[in-house]
Design a protein around this ligand. Structure first.
Ligand code: CA
Length: 221
C-alpha cells in the first residue's frame, strides 16, 4: 500500500513516516501544499494523510482541488486541537476521516488501515481469501492455517492483491503501489518477488493470467 503523508512539521512528518513504514506501508512525504496537490493529482496512492496548515497552499484548498479534479483516494486530515470548524470544512471538502492533533501514531495507523479497507468496500480487519489469511495489525500471513514468515515487501504485495482480490492486477499497477514512482523497478523484479512468495506460500495462492497480470486464487465460492 502506497501512502502520501503531507505535513510541514519535520518532526511530525518523521514520526508519521516511521509509524506507517513500520505498519508495512510504502510512505512518501511532502511538506507543502503545492507539491501535495501535484503529487496527489498525478500519482496513484492508496491513502493520503493531509495536514491542513501547510505552506504555499493550505490543506483544505488542496483537498478541494483533488476532489474537483476527480481524485478519489481516501484522505485522512490532521486538524488542530479543538478546531471543530476545521473538521467540518474538511469533511465537507471531501475528507474521509480526521484526527485532531496531538494524536497517537497507533490510532493513525489503525484509521489508515480502516480507510483503505473501506475504500475497497470491505469492513473486516482480518483478510482471508482461499487458503490465504492476512492479519494487518500484526502483519502476519498464514496459508491453510499455518503461519508463513514474509518480508515487508512481500507483505505489501500480498496485502495489495488481497485488497483487490476481485480482479487481475497488471504488473505496472502493482509496481507503482509496491515501489512508488521514484524507485520504479523492472517487471522482472516483480516476477522474482512473486516466484519467491510462491515458494513460501505453496501452489494455489498467487495466480497468473498470461498477458494480464496476477491475482489471488481460490475464493470461497
Ligand atoms: Ca502544519
Amino acid at each position: 500500500m502506497r501512502v502520501l503523508a503531507v505535513e510541514d512539521d519535520p518532526r511530525i512528518a518523521a514520526d508519521l513516516s516511521a509509524a506507517l513504514k513500520k505498519a508495512g506501508f510504502l510512505v512518501e512525504t511532502c511538506g507543502d501544499g503545492e507539491e501535495a496537490w501535484f503529487r496527489g493529482d498525478t500519482e496513484a496512492y492508496d491513502l493520503i494523510v493531509l495536514d491542513l496548515g501547510l505552506p504555499k497552499l493550505d490543506g483544505l484548498t488542496v483537498l478541494k482541488r483533488w476532489r474537483a479534479g476527480g481524485c478519489q483516494v481516501p484522505v485522512l486530515i490532521l486538524t488542530a486541537r479543538g478546531a471543530w470548524t476545521e473538521r467540518v470544512s474538511g469533511i465537507d471538502a471531501g475528507a474521509d476521516d480526521y484526527l485532531p492533533k496531538p494524536f497517537r501514531m497507533e490510532e493513525l495507523v489503525a484509521r489508515a488501515r480502516a480507510l483503505i479497507r473501506r475504500s475497497a468496500g470491505r469492513g473486516t480487519p482480518v483478510e482471508a481469501h482461499g487458503r490465504l489469511t492476512l492479519e494487518p495489525a500484526k502483519m502476519e500471513v498464514s496459508v491453510g492455517g499455518k503461519p508463513v514468515a514474509v518480508s515487508a515487501l512481500e507483505y505489501r504485495l500480498l496485502s495489495y492483491l488481497m485488497l483487490h482480490r476481485d480482479r487481475v492486477l497488471p504488473p505496472v499497477e502493482i509496481l507503482e503501489h509496491l515501489y512508488g514512482d521514484e524507485d520504479s523497478r523492472e517487471a522482472n523484479a516483480l516476477e522474482a518477488l512473486v516466484a519467491r512468495l510462491r515458494r513460501k506460500l505453496g501452489p494455489g495462492v498467487i495466480g497468473t493470467r498470461r498477458g494480464f497480470g496476477y491475482f489471488l486464487e481460490g475464493g470461497a465460492g
